[in-house]
Design a protein around this ligand. Structure first.
Ligand SMILES: [Mg+2]
Length: 244
């Protein structure tokens, strides 16, 4: 049985793309891309609570306040947490790695989106505020990376579908995903979706109702292994559908 670390190493050669210009420190902290190239999704859709970050936003009662500084995965000091009352909102390690690699340009042609069914208007507001404070790299917010490559009008960010108030609902497969397809123009078979699927099995619902979307569960918050597993799963599905 391979250890998680060995499994990650085994997947690294499958990573796509050329190395962006990074400092020696950065090179030590992030995997180097290597050939051969793998098929990438055009749209990588992320759930927020228990996928990108913890805790669940519905548990919180206060808008994000004090920023907590720390080391961003060996890439320098930045905002690793933000306080909401006594609770600290922090990114899961796999999500931080994913955001850093997307920002580094390791996945050309792939852009990010969000499908989160935040329970209440306050939960949605807290999430939207937190992503502007939390950083993926020093001086680069999570919001900056999520909206990278999109040309929305200021404040619009239609690739971020958050909440369950109409026209959204608690069923991402019926509202968030059709909306993402409409506003981005990306077909379902070019989408990869990460979700903890702890409360409702959003991965299964999206696979059933949005045929073509490849999904990856992150039940304890996204790990680095799940990030790579999702990308590999998409590449395998894309190769299989090309052959058939
Ligand atoms: Mg979730």
């Amino acid at each position: 049985m391979p250890t998680p670390a060995r499994a990650v190493l085994a997947l690294l050669p499958l990573l796509h793309g050329a190395a962006a210009i990074r400092s020696p420190r950065a090179r030590a902290a992030t995997p180097r891309a290597a050939a051969p190239r793998m098929r990438l999704p055009a749209l990588c859709v992320l759930d927020l609570d228990m996928c990108v970050w913890s805790p669940e936003m519905y548990e919180l009662r206060e808008m994000p306040g004090k920023a907590v500084r720390g080391e961003l995965n060996g890439r320098g000091a930045g905002v690793v947490g933000v306080m909401s009352g006594a609770a600290q909102i922090t990114l899961h390690r796999g999500a931080l790695v994913a955001l850093q690699e997307v920002h580094d340009g390791l996945y050309p042609g792939m852009r990010l989106a969000v499908a989160s069914s935040a329970d209440t208007p306050l939960a949605e507001q807290i999430g939207r505020a937190a992503m502007r404070v939390l950083e993926a790299l020093p001086g680069v917010s999570v919001y900056d990376v999520l909206t990278r490559g999109w040309d929305w009008a200021d404040g619009e960010a239609l690739n971020l579908q958050i909440g369950r108030q109409p026209p959204l609902s608690s069923d991402k497969s019926r509202t968030h995903f059709p909306t993402l397809r409409a506003v981005t123009g990306v077909p379902y078979d070019q989408m990869l979706f990460f979700d903890d699927s702890l409360w409702s099995d959003h991965c299964a619902m999206v696979e059933r109702n949005c045929p073509g979307v490849v999904t990856q569960r992150t039940p304890r918050g996204m790990t680095e292994l799940e990030w790579r597993r999702g990308l590999q799963k998409f590449a395998e599905c894309a190769a299989a559908s090309k052959e058939s």
